[in-house]
Design a protein around this ligand. Structure first.
Ligand code: DQQ
Length: 459
């Protein structure tokens, strides 16, 4: 009853971070942190799936297994490198005792000779050990993100050094021998934990650094700036990739596809009480989103291919102020597009989804004009089951004149794109069978356009 229908998830068991997402051999490949033996975090392998459109996925056998004979217990997160002679997967190898994730992580690789079906670990492993930093101590060192430039391959890794989250930069001429260049970015604040899963890439004439912090609700953030001589990063802007963090979007991984688009997916963790979540599986991958530059900041929109999932449609133009209007379309797998002028909202405008007929249970996407923000309010969404922050918001919007919301719901996921700039993703666990209604409420709010689509399953 909570299993999404048009989001990627394995048939069963535990999944967390997306890993090594790439375009290779005419297909999209998605790898992910996977426990094949249970529905809790542990025994981490890399699961694998392929897709022709980055929307509909086909499961493949797991790609990476821990090499127990080498003392490896987990294959932690990493990325794919598809521009060398063979496709490679770079990942963090973790064991026990001296090889634990806090102090003894190593960076390993695997290669495929059959077009990414099966993978062998490279004989040169470990490729990078902590010694590469000489006198500098780096704890929680993990999540290699690799790309190619004219003079070879580059890698960033996340970690914790002198009590601050860091992203470190490395270089290799042959993909196997690596040298440490410098710290690319360091948290200005102390005591906020490590920085995980860095992504570093160029977007137009800008350089972008994304990281997932071990604090502040786990909200993945970005710096946007320029790359200076000697691969030094000079940030000029900061922003949030997704305002949900551990409530719905963490550890994103991005790549460039054959059409030159920078696409990103993130892990949507479960955050309900254990007895609420159906045993057997945990974790969902977010919808793929495309990143672009927008008014000097990072823009994000759902991948246009998602339109192909749209089914039955309801459209209302100019929804006049009133108390509560109930849509004719009901469902737990919907896309809702809502447009309004903020001048036309006096007070608040609320869109209830996953709502029971009597609205006792509901999840509310609320525009609050005075607060100048959008909230995702989970107070009434089977909130007893939720263990964490029930009210999420996207920060100040800067009083835009017009707002366009793209809202995706899928049984237990909710993703809200706001003017293709901010995103709030959340997990929601509607308890009632009839908790599938949509209401628009706002005594003094006018909506210029509302479209509701039933979304088809990808399986
Ligand atoms: N998950 C992986 C780590 C990564 C963390 C382990 C982020 O590699 O830092 O499952 O969720």
């Amino acid at each position: 009853m909570y299993r999404p229908s048009y989001h990627f998830l394995p048939e069963k068991n535990w999944m967390n971070d997306p890993n090594g997402v790439c375009w290779y051999g005419g297909k999209y490949h998605l790898f992910y942190q996977y426990n094949p033996t249970g529905d809790e975090w542990g025994n981490l392998h890399w699961g694998h799936a392929v897709s022709e459109d980055c929307v509909r996925w086909e499961h493949l056998p797991a790609a990476l297994y821990p090499s127990r004979e080498e003392g490896e217990v987990h294959c932690f997160s990493g990325s794919a490198s598809v521009d060398g002679a063979l496709p490679l997967l770079y990942y963090t190898s973790v064991g026990e005792g001296e090889r634990d994730s806090a102090c003894g992580a190593q960076q390993w690789y695997a290669y495929s000779e059959d077009g990414m079906l099966t993978w062998k670990k490279g004989k040169e492993n470990p490729l990078l050990t902590g010694e590469i930093h000489r006198d500098m101590e780096v704890l929680e060192w993990r999540d290699p993100f690799v790309w190619k430039e004219e003079d070879g391959w580059y890698m960033v890794l996340g970690g914790l050094s002198e009590g601050r989250g860091v992203v470190l930069l490395y270089h290799s001429c042959d993909q196997k021998h690596w040298e440490f260049l410098h710290v690319l970015m360091r948290n200005a604040c102390e005591g906020e934990g490590t920085w995980e899963c860095p992504n570093y890439f160029k977007l137009g004439d800008k350089a972008v650094l994304v990281y997932s912090p071990g604090s502040r609700g786990g909200m993945p953030c970005y710096f946007l700036g320029t790359e200076e001589e000697g691969h030094h990063f000079l940030p000029s802007e900061e922003g949030v990739i997704d305002h949900a963090g551990w409530e719905g979007f963490y550890a994103p991984n991005s790549f460039v596809d054959n059409r030159g688009r920078r696409i990103m997916l993130g892990w949507m963790p479960e955050n309900a009480r254990g007895d609420l979540v159906v045993p057997g599986w945990k974790g969902v991958q977010s919808l793929p989103r495309e990143l672009f530059l927008k008014d000097g900041r990072l823009g994000m929109r759902p991948l246009p291919e998602l339109v192909s999932l749209r089914g039955e449609r309801e459209e209302v133009v100019d929804l006049a102020p009133g108390t509560c209007w109930q849509a004719g379309t009901a469902g737990k797998a919907l896309e809702i597009l809502a447009e309004f002028d903020t001048e036309q909202v006096n007070g608040v405008l609320e869109i209830d989804v996953f709502a029971s007929e009597d609205r006792r249970e509901r999840t509310t996407v609320r525009y609050d004009r005075q607060e100048d923000t959008i909230f995702v309010d989970r107070e009434k969404s089977n909130a007893e089951g939720l263990t964490s922050r029930k009210l999420l918001d996207c920060g100040r919007l800067g009083r835009p004149g017009h707002i366009r919301l793209q809202i995706f719901l899928d049984y237990s996921t909710l993703e809200v794109f706001i003017n293709e700039g901010s995103v709030i993703s959340a997990r929601v666990y509607p308890s009632g069978k009839d908790s599938d209604n949509v209401f628009v409420c706002g005594a003094q709010a006018r909506i210029s356009k509302l479209e509701i689509y039933k979304m088809n399953s990808i399986w």
